[in-house]
Structures are given as structure tokens and as C-alpha cells.
Design a protein around this ligand. Structure first.
Ligand SMILES: *[C@@H]1O[C@H](CO)[C@@H](O)[C@H](O)[C@H]1NC(C)=O
Ligand SMILES: *[C@@H]1O[C@H](CO)[C@@H](O)[C@H](O)[C@H]1NC(C)=O
Ligand SMILES: *[C@@H]1O[C@H](CO)[C@@H](O)[C@H](O)[C@H]1NC(C)=O
Ligand SMILES: *[C@@H]1O[C@H](CO)[C@@H](O)[C@H](O)[C@H]1NC(C)=O
Ligand SMILES: *[C@@H]1O[C@H](CO)[C@@H](O)[C@H](O)[C@H]1NC(C)=O
Length: 331
């Protein structure tokens, strides 16, 4: 080291006469500052939260987003470990769908670049005020990387730690009552995450499970199927190991919304909120979006109390969202 320094000094002296040590330092400076940027310079790994979210909203949303990543992380791990041998995998994606689509769909939630993704808490399009039961909405053409989270979310969304609690089961309850799954749903609407590839294909829990049983295409990129899978895998592996809370098996009492209401009202052991949700989602899966008012009316009686989240989610249009072309989609 010493001799190298001496050589450099000698060389410098030979070329330029008799520089002072200070000049020598100056000449070497370019070599010291032209370090390359790291390959991932500019990457943003945290979701961006707009300044319109106050301290408590930002805190809650940050926790929810962390849980969305945790849920996605476990879902990905489950698929990497068990692949097609997992009953839960086969239930939602079928026996033949390659696992790589699912692994990628969860990985992008965890590791995708979040540079453009923005969550805000004001109401720039006026939809929260217009639809007080909405948990939030995608801004579509108005701002294609932005998601609005409405006040309702801050009252009704639950932490993952309540998975399998408070009457929840995967089949009969809304998949949107948890911050984690609700936010994964919202993320898939963003072009940088869902890329227009992960979207809504089969209708509702029953439709998704049926499509998987048929080896139908699109199961591995069905936004709702990915959420159901993630919730069921987390419940089965982490919350109640080896058991989970998939909900009842076998056919439900009826496929029609009116008899569903009767069936769920009499089903013991299931919270009123879960019943209401089943009612609402089955009504939606059998009718066009114009049926929203009908299903809302059906779900109305159970929306008293803190568990109204489930009913509101699906029945009153919380799960409506605009696509990039501005069209409104209710599922
Ligand atoms: C944030 O806003 C909500 C809704 O307006 C309000 O209830 C809450 O108290 C606010 N939190 C803080 C820390 O100001
Ligand atoms: C976009 O903005 C317009 C005008 O403010 C509004 O009418 C429309 O509902 C907004 N779209 C969405 C998806 O919120
Ligand atoms: C599944 O296959 C059955 C029988 O071919 C068909 O009636 C049903 O519509 C299919 N369901 C879905 C969701 O693809
Ligand atoms: C789905 O695929 C599996 C394996 O490829 C096959 O055994 C099964 O019969 C298929 N199911 C249907 C309904 O086609
Ligand atoms: C799968 O998605 C494509 C493209 O959106 C659509 O054309 C096709 O009908 C879908 N297939 C099924 C079985 O839903």
C-alpha cells in the first residue's frame, strides 16, 4: 500500500512537475466520486401513503399493508412448499394450473416496486361521501396508481389476528373484512401490481371453487381466488394449525339469495355478520350489479352493530371498483 502510494506520487510528480499534496488530492477526486449507483437505485419497497391520511389513519393503513404483505408472503411460502399436493391449492386453482402464476402474483405484492402506488385518505372523487358504506375505491382513469381508503375502512377492517374469530369462516364470510385481504384486492387493481392480468373471472367463493374443480383457465389470476386461498392457507397453517376455518363443506342449502337468507339465518354457530355476507355475495353472484340494492335490502337487518362490516362490504357496493377505463365493476 505504501509503495503503491509512493509510485502514484512519483508518477504524478513526473507528469506535472511539482504539485503540492493538495493538487494531487484534487486530481484523484474524479476516481473517488464516480462510484456506480446500486443496480436497484430508486426502488421503493414501501407503499406510499398520502399526506391526506392523518397520523392514526396512516398508522392503521401501514399496519394493514404490512399484514397484506405478511398474508401474501405466507401464501407464496405455502405454494412453494406444497404446490399441487396442497388441498388448499387444488381447491382454489385446480389440479393442473402451474404454481408459478400464483407464486408471482403474491411475490409482486411483497417485492414489487411501489414507486407509483399511492394510498390516500381524502375523498378526491367524492365517492366516499356518496357511498358511505364503501371501504374505498380505485381511482381508475382519474389517477390510475391511486387508491382511496374511505373512513368506513378505519372503523371496520380487522387485523389478521382475528382470522377464524368473531364468527369468521372462509366460505361464508366476506374476504374483505380483513385489512390484509382487502388491500391485496385493491393492489391487484393497480396496473403496476395486477397488470390487468390479475382480475375478476369466476363469481364469488362458490364460482371460484367450481372453476378450479373444472380445471378452468384463469383460476391462478383470479383476484378473489388468490385472496381466498391466502386467507385459507394462513388460517390452516398459522392461526389454527391443521384445522383452519374453511367453513362448512358440501352444498349450501340453496343457491338463490332468498333461500340463502333463510338458510344462513338458521345456521347455528355462524355469526350474523357471516350469514349476512353469504346472503349478499350469493345475491351478487346470481344477479347483475343492478341487484345491489336488492341484496343491500336483504342484508340490512344484520347491519346493526360492529359486525356490519361484512354486510356492507358486498351488499352495499363496497366491493365496487372502477377499472382503468373508468367502468365500475361490482362483484
Ligand atoms: C384522523 O381522522 C379521523 C377521521 O376524521 C379522526 O377520527 C381521527 O381522530 C384523526 N386522528 C388524528 C390523530 O388526528
Ligand atoms: C373521476 O372524476 C369524476 C369527476 O370528478 C367523477 O365524476 C368520477 O366518479 C371519478 N371516477 C372515479 C372512478 O372515481
Ligand atoms: C364447470 O363444469 C360444469 C360441467 O361442465 C359446467 O356446467 C359449469 O358451468 C362449469 N363451471 C365453471 C365455473 O366453469
Ligand atoms: C382436472 O385435471 C386433472 C389432472 O390434470 C384431471 O385428473 C381431472 O379429471 C380434471 N378435472 C376435470 C373436471 O376436467
Ligand atoms: C379467461 O380469461 C379470458 C380473458 O379475459 C377470457 O376470454 C376467458 O373467457 C376466460 N376463461 C374462463 C374459463 O373464464
Amino acid at each position: 500500500m505504501l509503495s503503491l502510494t509512493a509510485n502514484v506520487l512519483l508518477f504524478a510528480l513526473a507528469v506535472s512537475g511539482a504539485p503540492t499534496p493538495i493538487e494531487l488530492t484534487k486530481r484523484q477526486a474524479p476516481f473517488e466520486v464516480t462510484e456506480q449507483q446500486p443496480w436497484d437505485a430508486g426502488a421503493v419497497y414501501d407503499f406510499r401513503i398520502h399526506s391526506s391520511c392523518n397520523a392514526s389513519q396512516a398508522y392503521q393503513l401501514r399496519q394493514g399493508l404490512n399484514e397484506a404483505v405478511e398474508l401474501a408472503h405466507h401464501a407464496k411460502d405455502h405454494v412453494n412448499r406444497w404446490g399441487h399436493t396442497s388441498d388448499i391449492y387444488r381447491k382454489y386453482f385446480g389440479t393442473s394450473a402451474p404454481t408459478t402464476d400464483v407464486i408471482g402474483a403474491f411475490d409482486i405484492v411483497i417485492n414489487g416496486n411501489k414507486e407509483e402506488t399511492l394510498f390516500r385518505c381524502d375523498d378526491p372523487d367524492g365517492n366516499c361521501e356518496l357511498m358511505p358504506t364503501w371501504g374505498g375505491h380505485y381511482r381508475g382513469d382519474n389517477a390510475s396508481h391511486e387508491t382511496v381508503i374511505c373512513p368506513t375502512s378505519f372503523f371496520e377492517r380487522r387485523p389478521l389476528s382475528t382470522l377464524c374469530a368473531q364468527g369468521y369462516n372462509v366460505r361464508e364470510s366476506s374476504r374483505l373484512i380483513f385489512w390484509a385481504s382487502d388491500l391485496i384486492h385493491r393492489l391487484y387493481h393497480l396496473p403496476e401490481i395486477g397488470q390487468g392480468f390479475i382480475d375478476h373471472y369466476a363469481e364469488g367463493y362458490e364460482g371460484i371453487v367450481e372453476a378450479a374443480a373444472n380445471n378452468s383457465t384463469n383460476t391462478t389470476r383470479d383476484s378473489d381466488g388468490l385472496q381466498y386461498f391466502a386467507l385459507e392457507a394462513y388460517a390452516y397453517d398459522m392461526i389454527l394449525p391443521g384445522e383452519g376455518c374453511p367453513g362448512p363443506s358440501g352444498p349450501l342449502a340453496s343457491e338463490t339469495s332468498s333461500s340463502m337468507a333463510t338458510a344462513t339465518a338458521t345456521s347455528a354457530g355462524s355469526a350474523s355478520s357471516a350469514s349476512a355476507t353469504t346472503t349478499a355475495s350469493s345475491a351478487e353472484s346470481t344477479a347483475a350489479s343492478s341487484a345491489t340494492t336488492t341484496s343491500a335490502a336483504v342484508a340490512e337487518p344484520s347491519s346493526a352493530g360492529s359486525d356490519s362490516a361484512d354486510a356492507d362490504d358486498t351488499a352495499n357496493g363496497e366491493n365496487c371498483h372502477s377499472h382503468a377505463d373508468g367502468s365500475l365493476h361490482c362483484v
